[in-house]
Design a protein. Structure first.
Length: 105
């Protein structure tokens, strides 16, 4: 009888340990990985915005002395243009976004 109880206790302990490990992994992932990836994703979007502004600055009235050479690169970025325009139209307060990035609330 004591053997049965010890086997059941071991199974319960294994289940409890696996649940604790699951929650520890989820907590660690949510605490460290997700928040940092959001910052990296935001920086990547900012760099992409700067590149698109260089490429399509002539359309916005910004003079670009090497715009002739930029025309060779445009076919590679043509499919990203619609998503970029949509993202730029949704940005209402760029200064507030930059201030929030550096915690100047």
């Amino acid at each position: 009888m004591s053997i049965m109880f010890s086997e059941e206790n071991e199974k319960k302990n294994d289940k409890l340990l696996s649940k604790a490990l699951f929650w520890a992994r989820a907590f660690t992932h949510g605490t460290f990985v997700d928040k940092r990836m959001a910052v990296v994703r935001k920086e990547a979007f900012d760099e992409n915005d700067n590149l698109m502004l260089l490429l399509f600055g002539d359309f916005l009235g910004i003079p670009n002395p090497i715009s002739y050479y930029m025309l060779e690169v445009l076919p590679y970025f043509a499919e990203d243009l619609i998503a970029w325009e949509r993202r730029m139209q949704n940005r209402k307060f760029i200064i507030a976004e930059k201030a929030a990035q550096y915690d100047f609330d």
